[in-house]
Design a protein around this ligand. Structure first.
Ligand code: PMP
Length: 362
């Protein structure tokens, strides 16, 4: 690809790298390849930039958005909001984002910096109550002239953005990288693992892979304990109603775009906050990847699945490609206590002790 001048930030959405996670693979004793699809390099910092761009551009094509008049209103855990606020900054639309209170201050700050209005809603409000981020968005849309909800939970352009961009990028990277003796590859996407919020990412990528590349690819969904998205439902009952800190994945209802079509997602795993944050630390410390909380869930879910009866054959297959969707970056979460704990309260390293003894020599 030749480098050219881009027309706007929107041209820097997506087109993200697929990176080998060799140090984790080795430490876990795996024979397969673990490959991270690293979405924080997208212009707005997450996988959700892609759907924001597509939902805005398709609404424009359909004549639903009018510059200077339309007010884009969207309930989101933050990242779709950042993508929308970025698109609307470039295109000249006003934006209101409704977001549960548990979501990070960093996301709110980015949204406000991009010119969006932000309304916080109680995290504990049920999705269909008037107080939830969805309910508040609907109330605002009824009253605010020009208000329009693009609705990531139902908009076909959410999964389509991934079917047309994220999926093909993964397929291209895997098929165009030669297999070598030091890095053997099946040249196929054998497994895809992704967390689900709206479900647009996992269903869209799954369709791209299964329709155009490898119908036998195993697609594994990751759902936090306390959420209801996993299938079968019995997976969700043990921790029903439990709170989880990880942001962007899990819900208390099944969004329309997560069709639960058994063809899209083959298997589900449930993950805890603790294992997700430990996995984030591993991705930072040994792979140098500044990923966010749900990326940790995706890695933790992958390792859990590879140890299961269903996954253990792939785990020991040389060259099998296991692609893990790493949805956003740690800069979204730097004020969160879980991050501060793992970054600043770690046991002092031998080097830290050495520094201290050098500096405090009397
Ligand atoms: N991780 C993060 C950090 C997110 O913001 C989202 C979007 N809610 C997801 C994962 C899940 O993406 P999707 O909504 O496409 O299922």
């Amino acid at each position: 690809m030749t480098r050219q001048i881009l027309n706007s930030a929107l041209d820097a959405v997506g087109n993200t790298p697929l990176i080998r996670l060799d140090r984790i693979t080795k430490a876990e004793g795996l024979q397969c390849n673990l490959l991270g699809k690293v979405e924080y390099t997208s212009a707005g910092g997450s996988v959700k930039d892609r759907i924001a761009k597509r939902m805005v551009e398709e609404a424009e094509r359909e004549g639903k958005l009018i510059p200077g008049q339309s007010v884009v209103i969207e309930p989101t855990s933050g990242n779709t909001g950042i993508g929308l606020a970025m698109a609307c900054a470039v295109k000249g639309y006003s934006v209101i984002i409704t977001m549960p209170s548990k979501m990070s201050l960093e996301k709110e700050a980015a949204l406000r910096a991009l010119g969006a209005e932000v309304v916080r809603t109680p995290t504990e409000a049920a999705w269909d109550s008037p107080e939830s981020h969805i309910g508040v968005a609907q109330r605002l849309q009824k009253e605010i002239p020009g208000g329009i909800i693009l609705d990531q939970y139902r908009n076909v352009n959410n999964p389509l953005a991934h079917e047309f961009t994220t999926g093909p990028e993964i397929i291209e990277a895997v098929t165009s990288t030669p297999s070598t003796s030091t890095a053997p590859s099946s040249s196929k996407v054998d497994v895809l693992v992704a967390g689900a919020g709206t479900g647009g990412t996992i269903t869209g990528i799954s369709r791209a892979i299964k329709k155009t590349h490898n119908p036998d690819c195993i697609v594994v969904g990751v759902d936090p304990k306390g959420s209801v998205l996993a299938v079968p439902d019995s997976l969700n009952t043990a921790d029903a109603g439990a709170e989880y800190i990880v942001e962007g994945i899990g819900y208390d209802f099944i969004p329309d775009v997560l069709s639960r079509d058994p063809k899209d997602v083959d298997s589900w795993v449930k993950t805890s906050d603790e294992e997700a944050f430990a996995a984030v630390q591993k991705l930072m410390r040994v792979e140098g990847l500044l990923v966010g909380g749900s990326s940790g869930s995706a890695l933790a879910g992958t390792l859990r699945w590879l140890k299961s009866d269903e996954g253990k054959k792939i785990a020991q297959t040389k060259g099998a490609n296991v692609v893990i969707l790493l949805a956003d970056g740690i800069r979204n979460y730097m004020s969160k206590s879980w991050f501060l704990k793992l970054a600043l309260e770690a046991e002092p390293s031998p080097l830290a002790k050495q520094i201290s003894s050098v500096l405090h020599k009397s």
